[in-house]
Design a binder for this molecule. Sequence first.
Ligand code: BT5
Length: 262
Amino acid sequence: MPGTRFTNIRRFDSIDSTNRYLLDEARAGAPEGVVAVADHQSAGRGRLGRTWEAPPGSNLLVSVLLRPDLPGDQRHLASAVVALAAVDAVNAVVGTRLGIKWPNDLLGPNGRKVAGVLAEADLAVPPSSTGTGGSPIVVGIGINVNWPVKGADLPEDLVGVATSLHELTGHPIDRSVLLDSILEALEPRVCDLATAAGRIRQAGDLRAACTTLGTRVRVELADERFEGTATDVTSEGHLIVDTGAARRTVIAGDVVHVRPGG
Ligand code: BT5
């Protein structure tokens, strides 16, 4: 996208995972701003070993390589800026305002999942040899653009869970227009990651877009579950959950699921 750092766009008809590809590129020293976009992924990744489904030629499957100089406890903001850029772009291109279900889902007004974000970092990789920034974070997003429509061909576990921009608007959407809009919206947000004031601004935008706030949630960590009301997103991007007995700080990387509470 001209005028942004995202000018090196690598397109694939089919690949296992755009995140896997960019992590390998990062290990080989690729600079910030490389983008990988695929028409189909044979092994699309979700968080924690889960999979991301999309039939060939239907949805946006894209990853970006970032090298932000982020304090370790603020790394979730790298993932958040991609989610926020996608919210901006969907609003601009399609006129639909998606909400962010903390930590990494974009939901339609019907509460169904339109997109998921996956940030992966290999902390063993040194900062770029080209001198353009810090340790790499690959942030991938899968957006259900033209699939599913009317729930057709959905795997059983996604029925009533997934929706698409086509389904929400009633018409097909041009994926390349949406991608350009995301990269344009992402540029100033990534710039913000470089300063304390910018990071506070991005965390504020995340808080404003986060539809989890004010709702009852059940939080599943690897070794613990608890329920409470989600009350805030901190300036690091963490979720505050008030259990009644305590205000718990929930860190994105520790979360297995955040589900509606009873
Ligand atoms: C995510 O994980 O939501 C992150 C998805 C990231 C996908 C992108 S595509 C480009 C880049 N390259 C990759 O390999 N990955 C990234 P998680 O929160 O773990 O959600 C995964 C769960 O969402 C699955 O277990 C399913 O239940 C559900 N799911 C799978 N495909 C879906 C879809 N198309 N729409 C809605 N839900 C889906």
